[in-house]
Write a protein of this length. Structure first.
Lengths: 282, 326
């Protein structure tokens, strides 16, 4: 087992150290090889990974009346190939927050898993949750640690959204944070998108978003934005009616996080497609 | 000048020291019921927990010196999280945690001049009550798997007899809670009379069998006092099996309706019980006993207690950060 036991069978000192409630810090001491961003990469070489590793693509997030909603398409690409048709890129990080990832899927999924454990670990050790800003800063630190790999082509960028339990009202509780590879955190207002199709998704949301959307309306706006992104970006997948693969939509509210069922997203996607059939655009 | 002391003598002295320390604290009970595993500890503090979450289906209860079991608790959380992160969440089980605790406590007992004055229970909730695993680990690292119910602490001997006779695996939550609360109250009263414990003297949590993912849930505030009232009401009904209430506890509710303070005040060795209780109804009624979703309070801003909406998460919650110093 990683970390190992002492000769006497006693757990090593790091397990008993007081003061740290961060799982990442603990890993640094007992099993640094498990940390993302700590692996030596060939120096001075920029890898051409786009064609060789799966990449996750478009994520959208928008605030709604009772919290915040996040959606992601289901495609992972490897250069001109489709690596996976039904990848999931939007996750609940804990009971009140959502994370979507874009970029190198392998690194992103690992970061995501570490971030989930990090939040849960803090909560269990301290007996209380991190604040929403605390969580965003923690995620930024993890992205920053990946900077070396990012500069060599293994970049990953998350989009973070959550229900802020300390907000003054429910309408202000849904908050969205975006990041850059250097670890910058930027709070976004209303809506945001990341990934290859983000340009198109953002333009789509710019026209359709308004403050105070219900979560169902927001889900519709999100799926439309992903549809628009898929329309113009080959790396973003649209709703796949044949295989019944629809975007993942998750919402974080005072009640916690919830994933829209496939039936719900199917109904939304089909009604959007029916509308587009009338007016496909050119 | 070094005197010779035989190993037997040294071990006996350490055991006696540890036992004395543990005996000063108040007891805790862990039991299986139909819907999961129930933890009940006598604890006046709402922030310094004796019962807590280790992993998805694993909980922890301890009695004795707070800084020592808090140390063990965080080691357990670290071990479980490390294991779950290295392999998979399903690969973490109660036996691993219990055996790590046993070896750690065993090593401390033999290597260090002062043993840990703690007794801990690691409980894993299974798909059925028969599959629940309750491990009791004592100060010297000996570990026992006890089926159904574990009582720990100074008066464990005197309360475990009645507990074991009256416990059965298909109890409801309310019945299990009543059994545990009566057992905790059966000792420490004046002139051997049973005490009546109120919600603010208890720390109660469950591992919910039906829930997926993290099953640990605290019962606090109104959720707990309502459940306690239900069990009080149930005592008056003949519907409950007569064997449920042992003859010597029939009058559990009679010595005045006011909860009595424990006759033995918290000693410095029992810091976790030393704080004044908060009024039981101060918090919003968050955790519903049977809700399988986090019972959401109104979002912040609707009340002065806005920032306390965090109490309603499905997971372990406390208003304050537990003090490492205890």
């Amino acid at each position: 087992m990683p970390g190992g036991l002492e000769f006497s069978g006693r757990l090593p000192g790091a397990f008993h150290a007081a003061g740290s409630s961060s799982f990442t810090e603990f890993l640094t001491q007992v099993a640094p090889e498990l940390l993302p961003g700590r692996r030596p990469l060939p120096a001075g070489v920029a890898l051409d990974v786009a064609g060789q590793l799966p990449h996750a693509t478009t994520i959208v997030a928008l605030a709604c009346a009772d919290g915040v909603l996040m959606g992601g398409d289901r495609r992972a690409t490897m250069g001109n190939m489709i690596a996976q048709r039904d990848i999931e890129k939007v996750f609940a990080a804990d009971a009140y927050t959502l994370v979507g990832i874009a970029g190198t899927a392998g690194v992103g999924l690992e970061l995501m898993r570490l971030f989930q454990v990090e939040l849960e670990h803090y909560e269990k050790i301290e007996g209380t949750m991190l604040s929403l800003d605390g969580k965003a800063n923690r995620l930024a630190t993890m992205i920053r640690n990946n900077l070396g790999a990012a500069l060599q082509g293994l970049a990953v960028i998350p989009l973070f959204a959550g229900f802020d339990l300390d907000a003054r009202s429910a309408a202000a509780a849904g908050r969205i944070f975006s990041f850059d590879v250097a670890g910058g955190v930027y709070e976004e207002h209303g809506y945001d998108s990341i990934g290859s199709g983000s340009l198109f998704a953002k333009s789509s949301m710019k026209k359709r978003f308004r403050p105070g959307l219900t979560s169902d309306e927001a889900a519709r706006v999100a799926i439309e934005a992903l549809y628009d992104a898929a329309d113009d970006d080959t790396a973003t997948g649209g709703p796949d009616l044949i295989r019944k693969i629809y975007p993942v939509i998750m919402v974080a509210t005072a009640e916690g996080t919830r994933r829209y069922t496939d039936d719900e997203t199917e109904a939304l996607a089909e009604s959007i497609i029916a509308e587009r059939r009338e007016n496909p655009g050119s | 000048m070094q005197f010779y002391a035989s190993p037997e003598q040294i071990m006996r002295d350490r055991s006696e020291y540890a036992r004395k320390g543990i005996a000063r604290g108040r007891s805790a009970i862990v039991l299986s019921y139909e819907g999961g595993v129930l933890f009940v500890a006598e604890n006046l503090s709402t922030a310094l927990h004796k019962v807590s979450e280790i992993y998805d289906r694993i909980g922890f209860a301890a009695v004795g010196r707070y800084p020592e079991f808090e140390n063990l608790r965080s080691a357990g959380v670290r071990l479980a999280d490390l294991h779950g992160y290295s392999y998979d969440r399903r690969d973490v089980n109660g036996r691993q945690i219990a055996s790590a605790y046993a070896r750690t406590l065993g090593a401390i007992f033999t290597d260090q001049s002062k043993p840990f004055e703690v007794e801990i229970c690691v409980a894993e909730v299974g798909p059925t009550p028969d599959a629940d695993q309750l491990y009791r680990i004592t100060y010297d690292g000996s570990v026992q798997e006890e089926p159904g119910v574990v009582a720990m602490g100074g008066q464990a001997e005197s309360i475990s007899g009645g507990l074991r006779t009256n416990h059965h695996n298909d109890m409801t939550l309310a019945q299990g809670l009543k059994l545990a609360v009566d057992a905790l109250g059966s000792v420490g009263g004046e002139n051997g009379k049973p005490r009546k414990l109120a919600a603010n003297q208890l720390e109660v949590a469950v591992l919910d069998r039906q829930r997926a993912g993290r099953t640990f849930r605290r019962l606090v505030g109104l959720a707990l006092s309502n459940l306690l009232e239900t069990t009080e009401a149930a005592t008056d009904k003949p519907a409950e099996p007569a064997s449920e209430t042992p003859p010597d506890r029939k009058d559990a509710s009679s010595p005045g309706d006011q909860p009595q303070p424990p006759s033995a005040p918290g000693t410095p060795a029992d810091n976790a019980s030393g704080k004044q209780p908060a009024p039981a109804d101060e918090k919003p009624a968050g955790d519903k006993p049977a809700g399988d979703k986090p019972a959401g309070d109104k979002p912040a801003g609707d009340s002065a207690a806005g920032s306390k909406a965090a109490d309603d998460t499905p997971t372990e919650k406390a208003d304050e950060t537990p003090d490492d110093e205890g």
